[in-house]
Design a binder for this molecule. Structure first.
Ligand code: IPM
Ligand code: MG
Length: 357
């Protein structure tokens, strides 16, 4: 039996509520399937750690994480720590340091989930957004000069490399190739941004020849938002820059019911480093401690983690349990219009796993 060691980093806010829920569901899953073994080691890194140590994680954090098979991550962000400090101190160093260049964000309207799009159901919205995850607008390149003076300037430079663009696009083509529709949409803004974005367009054009079995189209990012709302069924896999896909994936999560549903895989496809799995909702301080956070984005992230590790049957079983719970409509959290707590949704998914249908 294969066994895996997972580093759990709940970090901040509702991350501390949903990650234990995810671990509980995976523990029940391994108990009922008996087909794999997964042990979790928890790390207390995050904004509390920052307040006592002056850093979000220890200096050798990446060294420590390197030995694990995967990372199960909650959320970063706390009102008392500037967001750019918490982000650049924990999540981005992991994504960039471990070359997790393919950020995968699936969206579907799960059965029983009331999405905001009128007359649209599970058959109309089934997307995978592939987000470039190591460079672009998140490269951290730029600076400020004349700080505090009237002539102050702030520069935020997006960095696009041929290697970085090509590898994420190849990953997107491979993803599209494995799906029923085999369709890939390239999202850019090459009308206004005439350097890096035009390079994205031309690299994409070059790659299409290697994937004749994948149908493609191109769309500007602004137009993509309207297409997602008005014609969701025309989209399948999308590939976009770090920032564009960040924005589109929040919209995708909302259109599939709630931000609480969004799941992510930060993949290093070459497996030279561990990959990281996390819900996309963030720390949500407004509902922290109330016990009402939606754990489904975390369960779905666990599904992505199991798939990445090759435990596809177990992954499918967990996804089926999630869908059984949403379909019954009896145990939905407040963000989906229900009244169930994090604990109740978790218990319902665990019960569905135990019933083993
Ligand atoms: C996400 C989040 C992060 C991002 C935040 C927390 C900086 O919004 O994972 O989409 O923008 O990358
Ligand atoms: Mg985001």
């Amino acid at each position: 039996m294969k066994s895996y060691r997972i580093a759990a980093i709940p970090a901040d806010g509702i991350g501390l509520e949903v990650i234990p829920a995810g671990i509980e569901a995976v523990n029940v899953l391994q108990e009922v399937t008996g087909s794999f073994r997964m042990t979790f080691e928890s790390f207390d890194w995050g904004s509390d750690y920052y307040r006592s140590h002056g850093r979000m994680m220890p200096e050798n954090g990446l060294e420590v994480l390197k030995g694990f098979d995967a990372i199960f991550f909650g959320a970063v962000g706390h009102p008392s720590v500037p967001d750019h400090v918490s982000l650049w101190g924990l999540r981005l160093p992991i994504c960039q340091g471990f070359e997790q260049y393919a950020n995968v964000r699936p969206s579907r309207i799960l059965p029983g989930v009331p999405g905001p799009l009128a007359n649209r159901g599970p058959e109309d919205l089934d997307w995978v957004i592939i987000r470039e995850n190591t460079e672009g607008e998140y490269a951290g390149v730029g600076g400020r000069a004349h700080q505090g003076h009237p002539e102050e300037v702030g520069m935020e430079v997006a960095v696009f490399t041929r290697t970085g663009v090509t590898r994420v696009m190849r990953f997107a083509f491979e993803t599209a190739r494995k799906r029923k529709k085999r369709h890939l949409t390239l999202v850019t803004k090459s009308n206004a941004q005439r350097h890096g974005m035009v390079m994205w367009d031309s690299i994409f054009q070059e790659l299409t020849a290697s994937y004749p079995d994948v149908a493609t189209d191109r769309m500007l990012v602004d137009a993509t938002t309207t297409r997602m709302v008005l014609h969701p069924e025309t989209l399948d896999v999308l590939v976009a820059t770090n920032l564009h896909a960040d924005i589109l994936s929040d919209l995708a999560a909302a259109l599939s019911g709630s931000l609480g549903m969004g799941a992510t895989a930060n993949l290093n496809p070459e497996r030279a480093y561990p990959s990281m799995f996390e819900p996309i909702h963030g720390s949500a301080f407004d509902i922290m401690g109330k016990g009402i956070a939606n754990p489904i984005g975390t369960f779905w992230s666990a599904v992505l983690m199991l798939e990445h590790l090759g435990e596809t049957a177990a992954a499918a079983k967990l996804m089926a349990a999630i869908e059984e719970v949403t379909a019954s409509g009896r145990c939905l959290p407040p963000d989906l219009g229900g009244r169930a707590t994090t604990r109740e949704v978790t218990a319902a998914v665990c019960a569905a796993l135990r019933q083993g249908r």
